[in-house]
Each structure stands twice: as structure tokens, then as C-alpha cells.
Design a binder for this molecule. Structure first.
Ligand code: AMP
Ligand code: ZN
Length: 488
């Protein structure tokens, strides 16, 4: 499916990849630390519940960055982690552990074994989601509970270097020891001090000091008693263990930036004395009615709900990529239906009209395409360009087909699927497989069209839609697809 990535782009020289670095607030030209491979870390899900469609944007985004790098000939070593303990309901150190919340919700007992069972369930669900969304599997998934030794070692290093202090409920990183804390998003630590008059934990020296270890009756043994590592230390230790002490790209959603990622920078750079991440990249939120999708807002929708309503992973991914990753985007079923329709037009070209065309790559147009996407992952512009290219009559059909396939390598929207699978995905049903009453209506509509009785043809088309069948007129004849029944 991803054969395009196997070939090296030797014949053509592409313009450099540029990307927006949240740390410098500039679009920068990408240069990897090592020629051999790009090292990329993506903050993964807390596996206490199903991911909602907003969460999934963070992974479609990371996948797009990766596809662009692969297309440009880079090797990518990519880690996505699973947080299977230690992420409290607040991004700071107060609140309930999300995994505990999950255990209570599912009526399970509070133990490490149950946490394992709960996280197994949601890890499987997450893997299924990313497969549905054509997200390339990472080089490795890293599960926090399997890297506890590494996390404890990192805490010990910080302790030996004098960055930590102990309180009755945990061990904290003292941000006053790390000059420049809050580089991402220019966090003003004095303002934080001012804003935290009612500090929950009076033993903390500064409200932005964060826990690297939380004491608890449940958890692992350590020099600081039983408990569990803090959420930030998890990601740092897993990045170090799977990718090394310095990495090229670290991605996450914008809400990871202020606390989680500033915490990671402070502890990693204190431990090694070196820059941890060269490029920080963050994707914006998906909203509904201008509110961020969040489980706590009660407005979350999961991918399976979209599937149940007749949309595919490709449809949702296409809809997401119509917005630039740094813009907020408002989800609605109307917008998703429009995306589905636009994508179906392209799929129809690929799987029906151009099915038997031989593809010929026009390298000048390919350059044009790469120039667009290499500009900080400009997927909305690439999608518009792709539609134009599909209609460009100065190009042969074979050239247009090839370009759509190249776009698909970058966007992952299902245009390069097996034609039969593609047809199935389009939901095209062979006439003989339709129920008798539907066959009669389709035949009736054909007859009305031949007789130029447009009124009757339209009436039958609408009646078919009410029954959940959409009729379209393709060059090879009428096609019928199963859709959500229209509302009368
Ligand atoms: P969590 O499982 O809560 O750790 O979140 C997983 C990822 O989803 C993180 O990268 C968050 O920044 C991201 N995220 C959370 N809510 C949204 C949203 N409404 N839209 C886009 N990304 C989100
Ligand atoms: Zn993380």
C-alpha cells in the first residue's frame, strides 16, 4: 500500500521541507541531526477510554509530518507512547489519575493488574482507530508501564544533580534551578505564581514545580517509597530509551505544550545538559460549536460513531486535512458529508473512470505538489491543488491518475487502495445485488431519463435516497451506493 515510499526521489530534487517550530515561532528549514534517520516522538493517548475524534487529529497530524519526510527520502524512526498510568485529570499534579477513573467507570478493582487489563482494551481500540485512519504504524509503541526502570533512573539522575526536592506526597522538580523554564509558549512563571494564590499543595516551592514521582499505596517501589512516576517523566524516559538523548521532532496537541512539554524540556535538558528537541510541533484542537472536544465537556464523539453513521476513516481524515494543522477546526456532520462527497468524486475517478489507465508521472507537476506540501504541511492547499490537477485537461488522464496517487502517498486518503476495495469503500453495489424494489426504482429512473421526464427521474432519485440508496450517473452507466437514508 505504501510502495511509493520505497523509491528514493533521486531523479528530482525537491525544495526543502519547512516546518513551524513552536519553540522559535518560525517556519524553519528542516535539517535532521543525523543523516541516517529522523528521530520523532509523538505523545500518545492515555489509554483509559476510547480516543475521541479530536485526539485522533494529533496522530493524523504526526502521520502527515512523517509521510512528508518519507516522501522527501528521509528514514523516520518514530515512537508513539501509551500512557497507561500517571496522567492526572489535571495536566499539573492535582486531580485523579485518569486510569483510576477508568477502572472505577468499568467497575474494576484498583490494582496494577486491572490497569493492565483496562489499558490493553484501549490500546487495541487505539490501534484499530489508527489503522482505519491510514496512520502508518510507528517504528515502536512505547508503553509507560514497561519503562518504569528507565523512568526511575532518570529521576535518580535529576536527584543527584540537585534538581529535585521531596514532599509528603511526592518528589518535585524545582523549576527555579532550570533557567528559561517555560520556553514553549513563553510561559511567564511570575504570572503563574501570582495566579496560584490558593495553591492546593502548599509544600511545593513554586506552583509550576512538577511531580516526577507521586507517592501512592499503588505502584512501583523506589527510593522514595511506593508510587508512580509523573506523566512528564514518562515521555522523556521513553523518548530517551527508544530514540536517544536528542531528537529531531516532538509532536503533540497544543494542550500538551505549556505544562507537559515545558516539563519535558526542563527535566531532559537538566539531565543531559543538551538540547532535547530540535523542532517542537503542535496541532490545534477540533471543536464542536466552537468548544474544544473533550471527554470532560461531554461533547466527545468517537471514530466508531462516524463509521456507524456511514462515514469511513478516509472521509474523516480528508475532512481533517482540509484544515491546516495549526488552525482550530469545527466539526459538524454537514462538513463531514461535504468532505465525503468531494473524496468520493476522486475515488470514482480512480476506481471507476480511470481504473484501466496506465499512470505516467509528470515530474514538473510532482515538483509543484511537493513545493506545496513542503511548506509546513500545507494540506488544505494540496487538496485544492489535487482537485484542480484531476480536472486539468492540459494533462493526460494517465498523468492525472499518477498525480492523485502521489498526493495520496502524502495525504493517506485511500486513493491508492485496491480498485475493488476502493469500489467497496465507495459502497457501489452491483445492480444484481440490489433488492428487487430498489432495482425496479433504478430501472424506472433510467426509463424516465431516456424519456427526458426529468421530474419523474428526480422523484425516483429522491425516493431512493429516502431508502438509503444514492444513484449517480458515471460514464459507464448508473451506479448505486448505500448511504444513510435521507430524512423526509
Ligand atoms: P490524551 O489521551 O488526553 O493524553 O490526549 C491525546 C492527544 O489528543 C493529545 O496530544 C492532546 O493534545 C490531543 N487532544 C485532546 N483534545 C483534543 C481536541 N479537542 N482536538 C485535537 N486534539 C486534542
Ligand atoms: Zn507526552
Amino acid at each position: 500500500m505504501f510502495t511509493l515510499f520505497k523509491k528514493k526521489q533521486k531523479e528530482v530534487t525537491f525544495p526543502p521541507v519547512t516546518l513551524y517550530n513552536t519553540e522559535t515561532k518560525e517556519v524553519e528549514t528542516f535539517a535532521p541531526l543525523s543523516e541516517k534517520e529522523v528521530r520523532m516522538y509523538t505523545c500518545g493517548p492515555t489509554v483509559y477510554d476510547y480516543a475521541h475524534i479530536g485526539n485522533l487529529r494529533a496522530y493524523v497530524f504526526a502521520d502527515t509530518v512523517k509521510r512528508v519526510l518519507l516522501y522527501n527520502g528521509y528514514q523516520v524512526n518514530h515512537t508513539i507512547n501509551f500512557t497507561d498510568f500517571g496522567h492526572l485529570s489535571s495536566d499539573a499534579d492535582s486531580g485523579e489519575d485518569k486510569m483510576m477513573r477508568g477502572l472505577k467507570r468499568e467497575g474494576m478493582d484498583i490494582s496494577l493488574e486491572s490497569m493492565r487489563t483496562l489499558s490493553d482494551k484501549y490500546i487495541d481500540a487505539f490501534k484499530r482507530d489508527i489503522e482505519i485512519l491510514n496512520i502508518l504504524p510507528p517504528s515502536q509503541f512505547a508503553r509507560a508501564s514497561e519503562f518504569v526502570t528507565e523512568q526511575i533512573k532518570l529521576i535518580e539522575t535529576l536527584d543527584q544533580k540537585g534538581y529535585l526536592y521531596e514532599t509528603s506526597d511526592g518528589v518535585y522538580f524545582d523549576i527555579s534551578k532550570f533557567p528559561g523554564y517555560g520556553r514553549l509558549g513563553n510561559i511567564d512563571i511570575h504570572a503563574l505564581q501570582e495566579g496560584a494564590r490558593v495553591e492546593v499543595n502548599s509544600e511545593k516551592r513554586h506552583p509550576a514545580d512538577f511531580a516526577v514521582w507521586k507517592k501512592s499505596t499503588l505502584g512501583w517501589d523506589s527510593a522514595w517509597g511506593t508510587g508512580f512516576p509523573g506523566w512528564h517523566i514518562e515521555c522523556s524516559a521513553m523518548a530517551f530509551a527508544t530514540l536517544g538523548k536528542q531528537i529531531d521532532i516532538h509532536t503533540g496537541g497544543v494542550d500538551n505544550m505549556a505544562t507537559h512539554h515545558n516539563g519535558e524540556i526542563a527535566q531532559c535538558e537538566s539531565a543531559t545538559g543538551k538540547q532535547f528537541v530540535r523542532y517542537w510541533m503542535h496541532s490545534e484542537h477540533v471543536q464542536i460549536d466552537n468548544e474544544k472536544i473533550a471527554k470532560s465537556e461531554g461533547n466527545s464523539i468517537i471514530l466508531q460513531t462516524l463509521i456507524d453513521r456511514g462515514y469511513s476513516g478516509d472521509d474523516y481524515r480528508y475532512w481533517l486535512l482540509q484544515s491546516h494543522y495549526r488552525s482550530k477546526t469545527n466539526f459538524s456532520y454537514e462538513a463531514l458529508s461535504a468532505a465525503k462527497q468531494a473524496l468520493s468524486r476522486l475515488k470514482r475517478l480512480m476506481f471507476v473512470d480511470w481504473k484501466d489507465e496506465r499512470q505516467t508521472l509528470n515530474t514538473e507537476k510532482q515538483q509543484e505538489m511537493v513545493t506545496i506540501i513542503n511548506q509546513d504541511m500545507d494540506t488544505p492547499k494540496l487538496i485544492a491543488w489535487m482537485h484542480d490537477a484531476s480536472k486539468d485537461e492540459t494533462l493526460s488522464v494517465g498523468e492525472r491518475k499518477a498525480l492523485l496517487l502521489e498526493c495520496d502517498a502524502l495525504l493517506g486518503i485511500g486513493l491508492s487502495d485496491d480498485p475493488q476495495e476502493g469500489l467497496d469503500a465507495l459502497g457501489v453495489i452491483a445492480f444484481a445485488d440490489l433488492p428487487q424494489d430498489i432495482q425496479d426504482m433504478v430501472t424506472g429512473r433510467e426509463a424516465a431519463r431516456v424519456a427526458r421526464n426529468w421530474e419523474e427521474a428526480d422523484r425516483l432519485r429522491d425516493a431512493l435516497l429516502l431508502k438509503g440508496y444514492e444513484v449517480t450517473d458515471a460514464p459507464e452507466g448508473t451506479q448505486v451506493r448505500k448511504v444513510q437514508p435521507a430524512q423526509p
